[in-house]
Ligand binder design. Structure first.
Ligand code: PLP
Length: 434
C-alpha cells in the first residue's frame, strides 16, 4: 500500500476486504445549540410555497402542500431482525417513510425540491414578480412558467436527485439538464425524459457526472448548478425533516429524553441527506439523539472522509474499492466536504453493509410489513441488530435500561417510484439470499 492516509490499519484492511465494518467517531462532541436560523428559514420558505405545491402537485393536497412522510412502527420486522441475526433489539423499531414522500418518492424530495424552490423565489423576488407575503399558488401560472423558461438548471446525480430536481424544475418551467452517472437506472431516465427533462448519460461515476453539470453552467449566466457535493441549501432542506419529526413524535406520544434515546440509522451517499437530517435532529433533540450513517461496503466514502479527516480529498477508489453497488443512491466514491464538516462532531459513527444484506432486508421488510423499498433505502435497517452499536452506545453512557426505552428510527430513503416489475425482481432476489 503506497499511502495509508493515516487510517487505522485494521479499519483500512476491513474496508479493503469489503467486510461489514463499524467505525466509531472519536470526534463526537456534546451538542451545543448554535444558531438554527438556516433550518427555520428553510421551514418558512417551504410554508410559503405550500399553496403552490398544493396546486401544482395535487398529491400534496392531503398535507396542504407540505412535503412530508409518515412514521410507522415495525413490530413484525423487529421480530424478523431478531430471529435472523439471533439477537435482541431492546426498545422499539420504527420507520421514517421517506420512500413515500410526494413528488419524488425519495429523501431527495426534501433537499432537491427545496433548493429549486429557493432559486425560483429568489428570481421572482428579484424581478418583482412576487412578494413574500403573496399567495404563492400564482407561481403555477403560465406567466411564471414563461419567466422561468429563460433560466436553466443543471445537476449531476445517480438518479434520485435528478428525479427530484427534474420534476419540480420542469413543473416550474425551468430548462433542466440532468447528468446521470453510470449506475442510474433506465426507468429513472425514462421518467425524466417524459417530463421534458434533458438527460445526459455518462459512463462514469457520480463525481464525474457532478463535474459535467458544473462545467455546463460555468460559462452560462442563466444556468444554475445544483451542487450535491457542496450545497448548503440542499442541506437545510433535508434538515427541516427534524422539525416535522418532532411534531409527529409528539402526536404519537413518543418521548425522546434521557430515558428514551432516539437512535437514527441513515443511508449515506454523498452525505447531504443524512448530514442535513442529523444536523436537524441534533438541533431538535440534542444529545438524546444518536445518529449513525450506513454505506455500501464498496462505497464507504463518508466513513473514509471522516476517519481520515481528509473529507473530499479522499475517495474509495484511492483505497482500491470499486464504488460499484446495487444501491444506486449510495454509489458515491467521494464525500461532500460540506456535509462531512457539518456533522463531524455530531455523528456517532458509520457502518458498512453488503449488497447481499441490503437485498435480504428488502425481502424481510416486504414479507413482514408489506413495505417495498429500493435497495439503497435498506442500508440502515441492519443497524438496530448490530451488537457493535449497542456496545458503542454503552461507551457514551447509554445503559441497557435506557436502551429498553429507545426508539430505533430507520430512515427509509426511497422506493415509491420503482416500477412494479422491477420491485418484484428485487424481492425475488432478496428472498434468494434468505
Ligand atoms: C440520495 C440518496 C441517499 C443518500 O443521500 P446523500 O445526500 O447522497 O447522502 C440515500 N438513499 C437514497 C434512496 C437516495 O436516493
Amino acid at each position: 500500500m503506497k499511502n495509508t492516509y493515516g487510517l487505522n490499519p485494521v479499519l483500512l484492511s476491513n474496508l479493503q476486504g469489503k467486510k461489514e465494518t463499524f467505525w466509531a467517531n472519536g470526534e463526537l462532541k456534546p451538542f451545543s445549540p448554535g444558531e438554527s436560523d438556516g433550518i427555520i428559514d428553510a421551514e418558512q420558505r417551504l410554508s410559503r410555497f405550500a399553496p403552490y405545491l398544493k396546486k401544482a402537485f395535487p398529491e400534496t393536497g392531503e398535507t396542504d402542500g407540505i412535503i412530508e412522510s409518515p412514521i410507522r412502527y415495525l413490530p413484525r420486522m423487529q421480530e424478523m431482525l431478531q430471529d435472523h441475526f439471533q439477537t435482541n433489539i431492546p426498545g422499539r423499531l420504527m420507520l421514517k417513510c421517506d420512500n413515500q414522500l410526494p413528488i419524488a418518492g425519495s429523501i431527495k424530495a426534501r433537499g432537491g425540491i427545496y433548493e429549486v424552490l429557493k432559486l425560483a423565489e429568489t428570481l421572482a423576488l428579484k424581478h418583482n414578480l412576487i412578494q413574500k407575503t403573496d399567495d404563492y399558488s400564482k407561481i403555477a401560472s403560465s406567466t411564471f412558467k414563461d419567466f422561468f423558461s429563460q433560466f436553466s438548471i443543471a445537476v449531476g446525480s445517480t438518479g434520485n436527485l435528478a428525479l427530484s430536481i427534474g420534476t419540480i424544475g420542469a413543473a416550474l418551467g425551468f430548462n433542466v439538464t440532468v447528468h446521470m452517472s453510470q449506475e442510474a437506472k433506465q426507468w429513472k431516465k425514462d421518467l425524466l425524459r417524459e417530463k421534458g427533462v434533458r438527460v445526459v448519460e455518462h459512463e462514469n461515476d457520480f463525481s464525474y457526472a457532478v463535474e459535467e453539470g458544473r462545467n455546463q453552467c460555468m460559462t452560462d449566466e442563466t444556468c444554475y448548478f445544483i451542487d450535491d457535493e457542496n450545497s448548503k441549501d440542499l442541506f437545510m432542506g433535508y434538515a427541516v425533516a427534524a422539525l416535522r419529526l418532532k411534531k409527529q413524535f409528539e402526536q404519537e406520544g413518543i418521548k425522546v429524553d434521557q430515558h428514551h434515546p432516539l437512535i437514527a440509522y441513515l443511508p449515506c451517499g454523498v452525505g447531504g441527506g443524512p448530514g442535513g437530517v442529523t444536523y436537524g435532529l441534533k438541533h431538535v433533540f440534542g444529545d438524546h439523539v444518536h445518529c449513525y450513517f450506513a454505506e455500501p461496503v464498496n462505497s464507504p466514502c463518508m466513513l473514509l472522509g471522516l476517519s481520515s479527516g481528509m473529507h473530499e480529498a479522499i475517495s474509495v477508489q484511492d483505497i482500491g474499492l470499486s464504488n460499484r453497488t446495487e444501491a444506486d443512491g449510495l454509489a458515491v466514491g467521494r464525500p461532500s466536504a460540506l456535509a462531512g464538516k457539518m456533522v463531524q462532531e455530531l455523528l456517532n459513527g458509520v457502518f458498512t453493509v453488503s449488497d447481499e444484506n441490503l437485498y435480504k432486508m428488502l425481502a424481510l421488510l416486504h414479507e413482514s410489513e408489506s413495505i417495498s423499498l429500493e435497495p439503497s433505502a435498506l442500508a440502515g435497517m441492519i443497524g438496530p441488530a448490530m451488537p457493535q452499536i449497542r456496545e458503542h452506545l454503552k461507551t457514551l453512557s447509554v445503559t441497557g435500561n435506557q436502551l429498553s426505552g429507545a426508539t430505533h428510527l430507520v430512515w427509509a430513503t426511497g422506493g415509491n417510484l420503482v416500477p412494479e416489475s422491477i420491485m418484484k425482481d428485487y424481492i425475488t432476489k432478496g428472498k434468494s439470499f434468505l
